[in-house]
Write a protein that binds this ligand. Sequence first.
Ligand SMILES: Cc1ncc(COP(=O)(O)O)c(C=O)c1O
Length: 395
Amino acid sequence: MSLYFENQPSSSEIRERIRGYSSWLEINLDNIGNNLRELQNHTKTTIMAVVKNNAYGHGLVPVTAYLESQGVEWCMVAKLYEALKLREAGLKLNVLCMDVLFTSEQYKSVVDKEITQAIYTQEDADKLQEAALKAGDHATVFVKVDTGLNRVGVRHSEAAEFIEYVYKLSMVDVVGIFSTFQQNPEMDKEMLAKLLAVDATLKKKGINIPIRSMSSTDATFHNPKGWLDLVRPGMSLYGVYPEKKDLSAPVDLKQALSLKARIEYVKTVERGEGVTYWGKFVAPKRMRIGTIHAGFYDGIPREMANKGRILVDGVYKSSLGSVSLNHYLVDLDGVDVEKGSVVEIISETGENTISKTAETAGWMTYSLLNHLHTNTPRVYYLNGEPVALLNPVNQ
Ligand SMILES: Cc1ncc(COP(=O)(O)O)c(C=O)c1O
């Protein structure tokens, strides 16, 4: 296991800390391991783990440390600060940084910290060459080719010439070319052909780029021709099928994340009383209601008002009223709880998974995961034991 896990508090200490938490996320690393193996067996190609945006809310450093311990050699981040955090944590795997760089310090740190930078302009190439010359160390890059997404990247018709230019720079090594599909089957065929044409033109000139990549989760599931030398799964690695159509994918994924919280207060309201802001719920009878200390601060969509399913004492109960910043209310009819009892707002399976919660809220699964607050503590489990704690506010 990686040094990161060796330096964590003991399981009993983590359990003791959780007793004081009002809301927290649990990450089942075994499930991430299962998903990694499923994707590896399915594609038989190199996996670049997409750990950007705090590993889609799962926690950047612990998740990446775990993936590295499982043999993953590449990961991708969106921000330079994420890449630097991984290096500060002592992780050695290759990190592809998708951030845009502005200052000479940024180009310098990419070179100094051996981060692979995504580039698509001559300005970037020249600045990396300059930083690498100063450092006396090579810069490594992936060139982003725009094959039709029209977001970022060197246009496919100009890509071969640009890549040849970068390839000839003495201190910049082109280790990969990559592009991103539109996720529209007809268009994706054309986009793949465009990237392969760029590669073929380069090969004719004697330029062999080691890695070609196009696939995120969608193509990893549905488009084997797009797998090439490396696939870049994000959502699937965390065990989420992004859309209903994806459930047919021949991989058995297991959701890794759950959101837990504690009952802070139990009370009875009378028939006809309004509950929460604007009286969003009106009690149809005398009711026992629990207030949970979690809310849209933690990332619970406000659209879950009166619609959430919360696992309480082994039973799914309805959320009641509006979702407050820090409070979420639940029907306690027929369940036995008190202050401090643990409930599950998002569960690994059942009526309140990430997919089902996102569907109820009318959100994308991506939005749900990427709105989980970074300050909410995260607890990591292996073989059912807590093995790491990520707690940015040190509570
Ligand atoms: C360039 C790139 N590759 C891969 C991914 C991973 O996508 P997904 O989570 O759908 O697998 C993303 C995510 O947005 C991305 O921007």
